[in-house]
Design a protein around this ligand. Structure first.
Ligand code: 3IO
Length: 340
């Protein structure tokens, strides 16, 4: 009898041990909770990629990580993203590098007028550039992924058909895109995308210069009935994580997040390119937006006005000790590689 009880206890003990061994690593403990801040509204592409990342991370870590997302600047605003993540206000943040052009000099070289053809190629180019140079500007955070918007076009309340139409026109853009608008003679007004709906509504600006999915996602097509096709320049983005939070993750979880980095860049690029197409169709059919193509002669003249920009950037960056020529060559080479 006594021996039977002893056997039973042993059997229960064994069963508990076996059950514990079968539970996937991490799932036995409470999930590690991570907050993720983003600046634009939930339906826009930086937030769509954020939700996709959350879903994949929670799935691939078997629930060891739980991500709480904060779209629309509810946790950190557009320009506070980097410092807010460094300070730990949010564990993770999505930032547009164009909003602080002097801070992210190397990665912002992707927004020189070098002809990145779409968001997929651009996102891969940016990811490679970051990994090759590991810029000092990101030393205090763990970079989880990077991606870019699709090439920018002019969306406006008045038609822009030639160089005269754009002269002095108040158009919203940031960073490298603003430099390009100025070179064309526009009055480039700098502000994050999240501030643009109000500026357009109030008439502070007559349009904007960005990727065309915003026509649908922000309903800009209701106000901007003209698009001038330039397909010129992308906006680079980074998703960064607080370094202490990163170090507190298990090696298994870190491995999952690192594997997701380049994959997320590609996913976002592809999503962006596809969504631009949808937005263009919707703008034409539902919103009767006129899409303006510059004549070949006009286009050549516009392109010519941008020629000084890369040379000047190289000059300035070299002055700061940055290997600027090599960076531009790297971007061109990796563009050629991925455009195939
Ligand atoms: C962008 C930023 C936030 C939401 C949607 C967006 N589509 C393109 C951008 C690029 C950008 O940051 C900008 O300011 O044009």
């Amino acid at each position: 009898m006594r021996q039977k009880t002893g056997m039973a206890v042993l059997a229960v003990l064994m069963a508990v041990l076996v059950a514990q061994a079968l539970v996937p690593a991490g799932a036995s403990a409470e999930p590690m909770k991570l907050t993720y801040a983003n600046f634009p509204p939930a339906p826009t592409f930086p937030c769509v990629q954020m939700e996709r990342w959350k879903t994949e991370v929670e799935k691939r870590t078997n629930g060891a990580v739980a991500v709480q997302t904060f779209p629309g600047g509810t946790l950190l605003g557009a320009k506070d993203m980097m410092d807010g993540v460094i300070a730990g206000t949010a564990d993770i943040g999505c930032l547009c590098m164009a909003y602080q052009p002097g801070r992210f000099i190397i990665t912002n070289a992707t927004s020189l007028p070098l002809g990145i053809p779409n968001a997929l190629v651009g996102s891969k180019v940016l990811w490679d550039l970051f990994n090759k140079y590991k810029p000092e500007s990101f030393a205090k955070v763990k970079v989880l992924t990077m991606f870019v918007s699709a090439p920018s076009n002019i969306m406006s309340r008045v038609p822009v058909r030639n160089a005269k139409d754009i002269e002095g026109l108040a158009l919203r853009a940031s960073g490298g895109a603003a430099v390009i608008l100025k070179a064309w003679g526009a009055n480039a007004v700098g502000m994050p995308m999240s501030a643009t709906p109000e500026a357009l509504q109030k008439g502070t600006v007559k349009g904007l210069f960005s990727s065309l999915e915003v026509m649908k996602d922000f309903k800009f097509a209701e106000l901007c009935k003209y698009v001038t096709m330039t397909d010129t320049v992308i906006y680079p983005f980074a998703v960064v994580m607080n370094m202490d939070k990163w170090k507190a993750l298990s090696p298994d979880v870190q491995k999952v997040l690192e594997a997701l980095g380049p994959e997320q860049a590609g996913w976002t690029g592809e999503y962006m390119d596809g969504h631009v197409q949808e937005s263009v169709e919707w703008s034409k059919k539902d919103q009767k937006v006129e899409f303006i193509e510059l004549s070949a002669q006009e286009k050549a003249a516009w392109d010519k006005k941008l020629q000084f920009i890369t040379d000047k950037w190289i000059e300035d960056a070299k002055g700061k000790g940055i290997p600027a020529e090599a960076i531009v060559e790297d971007i061109k080479a990796s563009m050629a590689k991925y455009a195939k």
